[in-house]
Structure formats: structure tokens, C-alpha cells
Design a protein around this ligand. Structure first.
Ligand code: HEM
Length: 531
């Protein structure tokens, strides 16, 4: 018996013949690409991989959640620290050890400095953002400008900003302890807005905070970079809206305004102040100065105005949520491990004393606090399987073939749990880095949390300094412990980490108490009337 469906019984996408045609066309092109890549012959075997399905390859094998854990299992099962996947015809490898990540991404970095196309993020308005930029002349210009702007030496200029924002944040936490997460969010956003664009956040309801929240939300809801349908089918980005059945592409188009605001509003403010000669020093300021000097000398500018705007926006998007999540993980561990808290405070008291607040100039003398920050990024790397690189040319490693265009993920989480390197890796233990000559285990710092090779995080020194000063100021002025139940027992809270390309801890409660009247006075003097 034939079943006939009326038009309104069909799913929405099937009600328009043009839509159906467009979908079939997209599917046809995808199919062609999958077949073309899947049946290609290579000079030597690809790295080991689990069984694949026809056409889909490993599309359904790759776990959408907690991928780092599944990849650790695969590495064990195949006894190989490189595992291969074919995702809809795209070659993908996952590097599961520090050694292989160094060999491939560091030592052969020139070949692995491309990125997969982050088309959705481009549509959203992040096209001039280094993190999502493919290898090419524009990448080189942005990379060089940002690398130069955030060297260990260059960031010394930003210390007063970091110290000021850390003190303001801790003073606010002591006033409104239950809103500690908002204070840390404001801290992380304010630092990158001040350093990136030279604009200052003056209150909790400052319009810049709203701009930052909107931009972060729009970006987070875009899903994982490189994982949307349009990332696999770039021409699909031009599809007219009435044919657009992709929720993520609809979202990206709808929220472009938020990313545009983030680029336009702070930049217009700094540009005006720059022209009037009243701008504060910032990354945008230094690029604008260079631009003007070149113009005056008649030297052609390689970075156009829109590049300066994009590169300053990169500082915000790459530096705000990352710094927030890392500071939050540090706080979580300080709360859970009273012995770490007491040891860090004893070190601060010994070196800084109680008559002033710690500053970044004290950092070389406060080694244990450095270990706390290093242990934070090892214990819970922000990007458990990294932000993927892409290879430019065919390569062979240990008899395994890595075709040009392969997406390369690095499993930093697996590296952080490598028992050949880290004893009891689940334990948060900053002392693991104490040198052997001093009776410690002399375990190495983990470099993977900030990536590898020619795409390594350009803001890593700045980020570590921001987390460090927040933690130092917190420990010096505030007693931090677990909340207690009505019968006086400390409450252990289960913490859920979000999964995806970056992993953030969910909200938890903390018992914050002022350490002493003196400490509170020092904070109040330092922040003045800032709220
Ligand atoms: C604790 C905080 C941070 C963490 C954990 C972090 C981590 C990372 C990671 C894993 C990558 C990818 C590296 C790779 O692909 O190999 C990256 C890239 C990047 N980070 Fe950070 N980051 C942090 C803070 C910052 C800050 C404050 C800035 C500001 C300047 C920044 C700017 C960038 C940029 C521009 C890139 C893209 C580099 C490229 O693609 O060439 N990051 N970061």
C-alpha cells in the first residue's frame, strides 16, 4: 500500500524542493570527497586505527564528550602513541604522548603550522583572529605582531594592570563572596580588554562587561571550532538563509553583531583616545603607534587597520575565558588542599611579609607559588586534546604515513596522566616539581597546556602571570576553605568539568574570610573606591 504524505507532514527541510535539491547537492559533494580520499593508496601504512564504517569512516567512533579519555584507551589498545581516524574523508591523528608531540609538532613544526578551516567562526566574525587563521602571509603577520607583543620582556609593562585587577577582584570577593565567579570573570575580561585595547572596566555593569559576556556566549554556543558541517563543506557558508538548515550556521549569522561589537566598540574608543593623545598603553596602542610612524616615514604598512583590530580582538577571545577557567581551577585546588594553601601562605609571609601586598616583581622569589600555577595547568589542562593543527605536506613518522591536510590533535590530558613522568598524576601536588637535589621528585613542567610548535599560545607568559598574581593576592589576604555543613563538617562538592575543546569547572561554593584587618585595609587602600 502506497503511503502519501501531505506537504505539512514532511519535515521542515523537505517542504521546499529547492532545499531538498540543495541538501542533495551538498551530500553528493561530501560523498565524492569521502570516496576520493578513502580509496587513495599511500606509500606506507597509516597509523593504527579502530575499525571504520563504510563512508562515515570513524565519524561515529570519535566520542563527542570526554574525547581525551577515549583516546587514551585507543593509544593503550593499539600500543601506539599516534592513532589515526578518518572522519568523513578527513584524515585525523591524535598524539598521545609528550614525546611524539615534540617530535611532530615542535621538531617538524614548519609542516604542522596550518589549522583546519574554522569556517563557522569566520562567519561569526572571528576571521582576523590568529587562533582560527590558516597558515599563509596574513597568519605570519598576525603571529609575529602578537608574539612580539607578549614576550616575557614585553609583558612586564602590563604588570600594573594585572596587579590592579587582581586586587580589585579579591576586594570584591571579600565584599560579595557568593559572587566570586563573577568577580573572577570580570578580572579575566578586564585584564585582556585593558591590555588588548586599553579600555578600562569600571563597574560590574560596565558596558564592556556586557560586550565581553555577549561575545563569549556567542562564541561558546558556536560549538567546537572545526566541528560544524560548514567546516567540512566551506562553500555551504554562502547558502541563502531560507535554505539554511544548519542550526550552528544560523547561530553564527545571528550573533555576528556580538563579535562585531567586541571588535568595533573598544577599538573606536582606543582609536579616538590615540588620535587625541590620551590613550593608555596597550597592545592596540603599540600597533597603532607603529602604523602612524610608518605612515609618517612613508613606509607601507603590512598590517592594515582591520588587522590591528583583529589582532587586538584575538587577545580578548584567546585570553579571557582561558584565564578565568585556569584561575578557577587554581582556586578549587587551593580550597580542597589546605596543606597547599598553608605552604603557599608561609612562603608569601616569608618573602613579602604582612605589611604589603604581593606584586609580580616578587615572583622570582616565590617558587612554590609558581609550582601551584604549573600544577594547575597540568592537573586539568584547559584544552584536553588541544586546538588542532593541520599538516601542509605528506610526512612519514616511524614508518607511518601522515597525508598532507591531516588534522592533528594532541592529547595533553594523556600527557598529564603519564605515570612514567608523573607519580600519582591525579593528586594535585605542586611539590612534584621540587628539584631532585633538594629532595623532591624533580618532575618536569607540562608544556602541552599551551600547545606546541609554531602555534604555541602567544599569551602563555601573560596568562601565567595573571593567574599567579590572582592566586598570590588571594592567599596573602584571604582565608580560603571548603564550605561547612550546619553540623560543622567541610562539604566535599562533586565538580563537573565541561567537555569539548576547552574544559571549564562548574560552579562550586567557597568559604572566603578576610585574613586580618590589616590585609583588608591593604586591599582597600590599593583599590581605592574601585568597585
Ligand atoms: C591560562 C590561559 C591560557 C591557556 C591555557 C591557553 C592555551 C592555549 C592553547 C592550548 C592554544 C593552542 C596552541 C596550539 O595550537 O598549539 C592557544 C593559542 C593561542 N593563545 Fe592562548 N591560552 C591562554 C591564555 C592566552 C592569553 C592571555 C592570550 C593573550 C594574548 C592568548 C593568546 C593566544 C593566541 C593568539 C593563540 C593562537 C596562536 C596561533 O594559533 O598561532 N592565550 N592558547
Amino acid at each position: 500500500m502506497a503511503i502519501t504524505l501531505s506537504n505539512d507532514q514532511l519535515p521542515a527541510f523537505a517542504q521546499s524542493p529547492i532545499r531538498v535539491g540543495a541538501i542533495l547537492l551538498v551530500l553528493g559533494v561530501v560523498l565524492y570527497q569521502i570516496l576520493k580520499r578513502s580509496f587513495k593508496r599511500y606509500p606506507c601504512p597509516l597509523p593504527p586505527s579502530p575499525p571504520a564504517e563504510p563512508l562515515l569512516g570513524h565519524f561515529r567512533t570519535l566520542p563527542p564528550e570526554n574525547a581525551h579519555l577515549k583516546h587514551m584507551e585507543y593509544a593503550k589498545r593499539f600500543n601506539s602513541d599516534i592513532v589515526y581516524f578518518n572522519v568523513l574523508g578527513n584524515h585525523t591523528i591524535v598524539l598521545n604522548s609528550q614525546k611524539v608531540a615534540n617530535e611532530i609538532l615542535d621538531k617538524r613544526g614548519a609542516n604542522y603550522q596550518d589549522r583546519p578551516g574554522f569556517v563557522l567562526f569566520d562567519v561569526m566574525g572571528w576571521g582576523l583572529t590568529l587562533t582560527f587563521m590558516p597558515y599563509g602571509p596574513r597568519f605570519k603577520l598576525h603571529r609575529s605582531a602578537l608574539q612580539h607583543g607578549f614576550t616575557k620582556t614585553a609583558i612586564v609593562n602590563y604588570r600594573p594592570i594585572q596587579e590592579d585587577e587582581a586586587r580589585q577582584a579579591i576586594a570584591r570577593i571579600l565584599k560579595r563572596p557568593t559572587e566570586w565567579d563573577f568577580s573572577l570573570r570580570r578580572f579575566a575580561s578586564a585584564i585582556v580588554l585593558r591590555i588588548g585595547f586599553g579600555v578600562t572596566v569600571r563597574s560590574d555593569d560596565d558596558p564592556y562587561i556586557k560586550i565581553a559576556i555577549d561575545a563569549n556566549m556567542a562564541t561558546a554556543k558556536g560549538g567546537n571550532p572545526g566541528a560544524a558541517l560548514v567546516d567540512y563543506m566551506p562553500p555551504f557558508r554562502f547558502i541563502p538563509e531560507f535554505l539554511n538548515f544548519s542550526g550552528t550556521l544560523q547561530h553564527a549569522r545571528k550573533w555576528r553583531w556580538a563579535i562585531k561589537n567586541l571588535h568595533d566598540i573598544p577599538f573606536a574608543a582606543i582609536k579616538k583616545e590615540f588620535d587625541e593623545g590620551t590613550a593608555n598603553p596597550s597592545f592596540a596602542y603599540s600597533l597603532l603607534s607603529k602604523y602612524t610612524q610608518n605612515e609618517e616615514k612613508g613606509i607601507p604598512n603590512q598590517l592594515e587597520m582591520k588587522d590591528i583590530q583583529g589582532a587586538s580582538g584575538s587577545v580578548f577571545i584567546a585570553g579571557s575565558n582561558t584565564t578565568l577557567a585556569t584561575t578557577t581551577v587554581a582556586l578549587l585546588n587551593i580550597m580542597r588542599n589546605p596543606e597547599v594553601f598553608m605552604k603557599a601562605r608561609a612562603e608569601l609571609d616569608r618573602v613579602v611579609g604582612e605589611d604589603r601586598l604581593p606584586s609580580l616583581a616578587d615572583r622570582p622569589n616565590l617558587r612554590y607559588l609558581d609550582y601551584v600555577v604549573e600544577e594547575t595547568t597540568r592537573w586539568r589542562p584547559l584544552s584536553p586534546i588541544g586546538i588542532p593543527h593541520k599538516s601542509l605536506k605528506d610526512d612519514t613518522y616511524n614508518g607511518m604515513f601522515i597525508p598532507a591536510g591531516t588534522f592533528v590533535y594532541y592529547n595533553t590530558y594523556a600527557m598529564s596522566r603519564d605515570e612514567n613522568v608523573y607519580k600519582n598524576p591525579e593528586i594535585f601536588n605542586p611539590d612534584r616539581y621540587t628539584p631532585k637535589e633538594e629532595g623532591g621528585d624533580g618532575e618536569p613542567f607540562l608544556v602541552g597546556p599551551f600547545g606546541f610548535g609554531r602555534r604555541i599560545c602567544v599569551g602563555r607568559h601573560l596568562a601565567q602571570a595573571s593567574v599567579w598574581i590572582a592566586v598570590a593576592t588571594m592567599i596573602a589576604t584571604t582565608d580560603i576553605s571548603k564550605p561547612v555543613s550546619p553540623d560543622g563538617r567541610p562539604i566535599d562538592q562533586p565538580i563537573v568539568f565541561s567537555t569539548g575543546l576547552s574544559s571549564h569547572p562548574g560552579k562550586f561554593d567557597v568559604n572566603f574570610q578576610p585574613r586580618s584587618e590589616k590585609a583588608t585595609r591593604l586591599l582597600a587602600q590599593a583599590v581605592g573606591d574601585a568597585q
